[in-house]
Design a protein. Sequence first.
Length: 361
Amino acid sequence: MRYALIGCGRISPNHVVAAKNNKLEMVAFVDINEENARDKILKFDLEGQDIHVYTDYHLMLENEKPELVAIATESGKHAEIALACLEYGCNLIIEKPIALSLEDADAIIAKGKEKKALVCACHQNRFNKSIQKIREAVDKNRFGKLLYGTAHIRWARDYEYYSRAKWRGTWEQDGGALMNQCIHDIDLLRWMMGDEIDTVFGMTDQLVHSYIEAEDLGIALIKFKNGSYGLIEGTTDVFPKNLEETLYLFGEKGTVKAGGEAVNIIEEWRFSDYLDVPEDVKKECSENPPNVYGYGHTKLYRNVIGAIKGENELLVDGEAGRRALELVLAIYKSAYSGMPVKLPLQKCSTLDFKGRFEERE
């Protein structure tokens, strides 16, 4: 399967490794900085694969005709690039978030259907051993009635992180902590709790990072349509380094906690049915990845390739990416207005909140 990667920055090594592990035919790397692309070829010993380097993705699409494209650029460029790729009938893996507006997400989903091309939102943490085990318990109704769930993302990002890429923390190209760092756990919480949301009430603030446009702290309460509740706490203000990313689920017959730096370790496993031994589950379903990106990209790629071939269902489609985006935007909207927000949302964009924190000064 002919594969191309667009965007060779911070997250790109995970995509290269995933493509390599899944034996894709890598035909092109694209980056506006040509050296970023060439660096990945050297770093991963790919000189013998005849990978062509481009600074213009339009030219790459015309010349290479890839079957599968991964988009790993700044978030604000995702929609523009995705729509161009879909015009060529390419299947897509789009790094989170799928877009920065619901209108763009809807356009991507619609174009994918029109071109009969698969669109995957890259929420790779769904493939963590811990998360897969928890989802299995949800599907088997081991929790009984789900009461509430919580997502806590307590991370650190400093001035150096933002200064290395000027688009970070901007409303036009990124959003803040919730949209960039926290959206994976937000996706997991919504997925586990039944997806359908009634009401969101959120608060956001910029407590430390005065040099960015968006928030560095977000807190939200969620009422799901099935009667359960959710709590989100996300920040990049933790001193001096990343602390944890955790997901709790509380049901009438079960309690689970996935923790570690990126929900990769099962720390609590309690069920009234006693179908398994908690210590065994903790041992078998916990991982210790080298960074917060984890091992999920390779498994996500495998799922996407199988779906393209008709061998399995796609686990994280464009609609799933839209739901995660919608929840973050609903928190932003509520925080901006000071009022609860009802879902679904039809139209909303990070650009709606441009100047959000400048206005209070």
